[in-house]
Design a protein around this ligand. Structure first.
Ligand code: ZN
Ligand code: ZN
Length: 308
């Protein structure tokens, strides 16, 4: 079991190696920069009460960020661990409208021609991972892995802790810039907004260019990660995966409250998972059967509320 997780953790192909090396390099650069440049500049004495608090909080962020990242990658979210039936089970979602063929195909047990096996509803083949993923959400280019039923919890926590880390860096950078320049002048504003331009016109030296580059990328990255978090929260509220949102499949968008949707995605102890990736939170369901809602259209009433 442990050796299988280690095998999953190790990237094998170029499409997996490049993004994860990029992500780990970025984390290392930021941690080193904050630890050796920013913090000593803000607090002259390394043993001040405030600096120790910053260090402890920083380490806690890194623990959660890296822990969730590694567990997300080491979790087998494919259909390899389940026993798929040899005969295709009869469809439980039926459609009367030919335009609903895609829903019929996706929301029933169906045959995957690449894996050559019958796969459960909401599973989908990933051409990059080269396998079918249980309740597939999307393929994350930064982790080089698919996000599905079993690892979406770690993916979401990774995103949230990355955003907290970047937000925290941005606050420290503002402190540092103020400490460095004393006041905000037009030179500082130009240097922050257009670091390369300011460097070309010799308003910045090489080290300041590097500082500006780190500070501006942390702002851009934090905004991008915030956008991803908001996107995922929207999908959780709607009970949809990213693929279902793209195809406008709403038969799993049940009318349950937000707490029920959080339990489905993050498990029974959803309110604890953000504190540590090691806290266990058993998932509800098996990733193969889901509640569907009754849908009425002008053509027909073709879905019933039932468990498939
Ligand atoms: Zn497949
Ligand atoms: Zn994939």
């Amino acid at each position: 079991m442990v050796s299988r997780k280690i095998k999953l953790l190790i990237p094998k192909e170029r499409g997996e190696i490049i993004p994860i090396v990029f992500v780990l390099a970025l984390i290392t650069i930021y941690v080193t920069f904050e630890l050796y440049v920013i913090l000593p500049a803000i607090y002259n004495n390394i043993f001040t009460y405030k600096e120790v608090c910053h260090l402890i909080f920083g380490l806690y962020i890194i623990y959660n960020l890296v822990g969730n990242l590694f567990i997300c990658m080491a979790t087998d979210t494919s259909i390899d661990t389940i026993i798929c039936p040899v005969l295709l089970p009869p469809p439980t979602v039926t459609t009367t409208n030919t335009q609903q063929d895609m829903i019929f195909q996706y929301c029933n047990w169906h045959y995957c021609y690449q894996c050559e096996v019958n796969v459960p509803p909401r599973s989908q083949h990933c051409h990059l991972c080269k396998k079918c993923i249980l309740k597939r959400d999307h393929h994350c280019s930064f982790l080089g892995r698919c996000i599905g039923f079993r690892n979406i919890r770690y993916y979401m926590c990774f995103l949230i802790w990355t955003w907290i880390g970047l937000f925290y860096c941005n606050i420290l950078h503002v402190d540092y810039t103020y400490e460095l320049v004393g006041t905000f002048s037009w030179r500082v504003i130009v240097a922050c907004l257009f670091p390369f331009g300011a460097w070309l016109f010799r308003l910045l030296d090489h080290f300041s260019l590097f500082l500006s580059f780190i500070c501006s990328t942390s702002i851009v990255l934090s905004l991008y990660i915030l956008f991803l978090i908001i996107q995922q929260i929207y999908l959780i509220i709607n009970g949809q995966t990213w693929h279902e949102y793209g195809k406008n499949i709403q038969i799993y968008s049940n009318q349950k409250n937000l707490q029920a949707n959080l339990e489905i995605i993050f498990g029974k102890r959803w309110f604890f998972i953000l504190f540590s990736p090691l806290i266990s939170s058993p998932l509800i369901g098996d990733g193969m059967s889901f509640d569907i809602k009754m849908t009425e259209t002008a053509d027909a009433r073709y879905f019933q509320t039932k468990r498939i």
